[in-house]
Design a protein around this ligand. Structure first.
Ligand SMILES: Cc1cc2nc3c(=O)[nH]c(=O)nc-3n(C[C@H](O)[C@H](O)[C@H](O)COP(=O)(O)O)c2cc1C
Length: 175
């Protein structure tokens, strides 16, 4: 049976940190942001907010503030993801919105990577982010330099999924 396009995107998508200088269209940028808006959130609270950064000098500034995402300077644009920290589940909601954006981008041939290491106070002050918004991270997007043919490095299913109780093995075939 043919795999659905969603399955295909989930299975092939890799995080990529080097980008070509090719411009991403405004329509694609909006479609990626809209994919975030479509994410579910606890009690449908929709508390996330997204800041699009797409000026070359701003991407460089983001890289300078970052500790583990200096590669963002080479991206075409970035999205900073904010959540309302008063909701206990706010970071779970951030993860759903971020995943939507990254999968939407991949399905359009646009690669991305997330960064969660940065000088938070510097980022907050530069982007004028008010309390109680937490900064969940930022994602850099762009076209790849070359065709990405990678293999995911993941633990086997049997190691991460159990059947019925923790530690009970899951079988590949139904008995
Ligand atoms: C919560 C989270 C935080 C991450 N933070 C960073 C980061 O700060 N910098 C970075 O370069 N990659 C970061 N990554 C990317 C991971 O290194 C990457 O998802 C992982 O190596 C799997 O990559 P793959 O899907 O290409 O196999 C982060 C990923 C997650 C899910």
């Amino acid at each position: 049976m043919a795999l659905s396009s969603v399955t295909n995107v989930i299975r092939t998508k890799l995080d990529v940190r080097t980008f070509s200088p090719k411009e991403v269209s405004w329509e694609d940028k909006l479609a990626i942001l809209d994919a975030a808006r479509m994410a579910g959130s606890g009690m449908n609270s929709q508390h996330w907010r997204f800041i699009l950064i797409d000026k070359k000098e701003d991407l460089q500034k983001l890289a300078d503030i970052s500790l583990t995402g200096r590669w963002v300077s080479g991206s075409n644009f970035a999205v900073v993801v904010l959540t309302d920290s008063r909701y206990a589940w706010h970071l779970l909601d951030a993860g759903r919105a971020i995943t939507n954006m990254m999968l939407e981008a991949w399905s359009r041939g646009i690669v991305s990577c997330i960064c969660t290491g940065y000088n938070e106070e510097a980022l907050r002050s530069w982007l004028k982010i008010p309390q109680p918004y937490a900064i969940a991270g930022f994602i850099g997007f762009g076209y790849p330099v070359k065709r990405i043919i990678g293999k995911k490095n993941r633990l086997p299913l049997e190691q991460v999924a159990f059947h019925g109780k923790f530690g009970e093995p899951i079988k590949r075939q139904r008995s």
